[in-house]
Write a protein of this length. Sequence first.
Lengths: 484, 311
Amino acid sequence: MGTDSKRTRNNGRAGFFFRIGNAFSEFGKRFVDGSLGTKLSHFIFGAGNFYHGQFIKGLLFLLVQAGILAVMILCPTINNTPYGWKALANLSLKNVSEGGEFDFATGEMTVGSDCKLMVLFGFVTIALIVIYFLVWNLNIASSYKADKARKVGKKPTTFVQDIKELFDGKFHVLMLTPTCLAATVFTILPTVFMISLAFTTYNSQDMNKLGTNLFGWNGFQNFSSVFTGEGSLGFEIKNRFLPVLGWTFIWAILATLTCYFGGIILALLINKKGLKGKKLFRTLFILTIAVPQFISLLAVRNLLGEYGPINSLLLSWGWIKEPIGFLGLQAGDSEILAKIMVIVINMWVGIPYTMLMTSGILMNIPTDLYEAARVDGSSTTKMFFKITLPYVVFVTTPYLISSFVGNINSFNTIYLLTGGGPTYVGYQAGGTDLLVTWLYKVTIDQGSYNTGAVIGIFTFLITATITLVTYRRSKAYNEEDTFQ
Amino acid sequence: MKNSLTNKKYKSQSANRRISLSVTYTLLIVFGIIWLIPLLWIFLSAFRCEYQADGTFIGRVTSNFFPNSFGLENFKMLFSSTYYGVDHAFLKWMLNTLIIAIIDCIISTLLVLSVAYCMSKLKFKLRKTFMNISMILGLFPGFMSMIAIYFLLKSIGLTGNPAHPEYSLVGLVLAYSAGAGLGFQIAKGFFDVIPNALVESAKLDGCTNSKVFWRIILPLAKPIIIYQALMSFTGPWMDFIFAKVIIGADNARYWTVSVGLYSMLFGTHPDTNLFTQFAAGCVIVAIPIVTLFMFLQKYYVEGVTAGAVKG
């Protein structure tokens, strides 16, 4: 199987380059073979469609070209920051003005450049250019297709036919376009923007000192500051990075395993033969899933708080002399206790999920396995370890991986319970902070966008490595389309 | 002789079973109590109505688990109070959240279903590429891009717009639903199970791909539609981080209910005396969501299980 998958992968890579080569020869061929209209289409969008009498389609192409070119040349500005070619030039983050000077022409103070918008609009412009060339290609292809139809004596498709085709053969185009557009604007663009910030000096602490919105590129300096401790948050990131990373891993492993096995045990208990009120018990545990997490977790936080019922109870029993800081909300509280508490409370949150999931799987275990084992005289415990557990673990391995990745990114539990505490003087990252909560504190609370982006990239690298290594090997990926 | 032996064995086995069953009951009841305590406590606190000796209302966390006296005072205050300078703030927050949830639910569900259908039942060139890209994008921590989305929305006036603060709601809906299509995996897993022969035979009868989707796939996909709708409808009620960042800490009139409730206890002007009102708010938010979950439990379980096995 290993060699098999290797071969297909190699094929795939060769196929990729082959396809690129093909695409280029295709471009040349279309220009040479195409009609006058197709040739013109290389310069004026929709020309070929006009040539073939497809006016509406041609007009649409032309509008896209005119629109994008207008933006590129005229450079409309929003908040004093231009789009278009000026935005591309601005990506260098040079030639910026601090603003705040008196302008005699307008009689007002000048507004300074806003570097974050410059970077953002630069990427928007790049996206526009990509779209321009995609539409360019589409428009040539459309004209070329009409050429071919003419050659065999058919009429080029009408606009109505094109629309009809969009509901049939090209249905995927219609269905995927909204998601592609929305994901480009609201997922890809922001992600690229944030990644790029990791290579800048964008740090509101420094910028507040300067009183401007200016920053510049600084290469890999933010990444090296993890080791050297340079920069305004360098001290923090150097001393706290490894502890936070280590705790993130410990947390993810423990949180995944405790919830996983806890859930299996709970599912076994609920699904026990002869037990009455199965539905009642299951509903009871689903209740905790249904209640929004910020409610249930804040409830637990207050329950365990300094003046909360649990501390009062322990005090009145005389077990403790003063309230325990279970969740490390005060600086002097125990870090170990806080860590244990978040893992225990996370079990309270996570076990019902696994219970639900494994309940269905437990019911699907072929009963003849158990019968055969019973005939052989196996005990219940032996059957559990030899049949039930291996079966459940086998089926739920993908879930185990995704829940591990989910736990690395588990923001709510930590933020709502401990807020990352107990804190250390001079540092943002507290004892129970994960990479994600640290990222949040550093960006939203501190405004150190560059440091936050570095932490985010590290988090991505970790989750991506784990997912790719395990997922590419899994059956679900390699045999993805065998189901169909 | 032999008969009595098996009888004895049978008897001891059934005794064993009875013991293990009663152990199971005890364990489940103990676990059940542990799982219910925090929720029960919030519920009880919402109805707590205690006064100090001088007649002032006690709203903070107190040491007693069970209230000394019950009443609806918290709910009255919750609905009539002015929080963060906004009259009847809680009602407004509820309404904001409801509007956002409904629109988000419609857009997200449509996007997810359409992408999942394409990925599962249609063959086209960039299909695998699309799936890989969506998986990689899903691995970036969500709120790494959150702040960038805020800048983006702000630059087009859809949040932090002093002339039209209400546009923030539009911005938040966009932020919630725009990326929804990338989370198609569970729905795709569901569509994969629908036999291809069904689609093929419909196409032979002259159905277009669009008709196959609307007339054949969607009617069969009721469980997954309900699951997706449930998830995207409850999302805005549960999220508070995205809502807080996108709408902005100073735009209290247009907060969602979770941001409002969170801010009562841990915001910029937290007030420990608002705890019982916070609890009352939690009860009001939780009741409809829990009811929805309970009614649609079957579909929820189906979706969760599908997600687990397919990964």
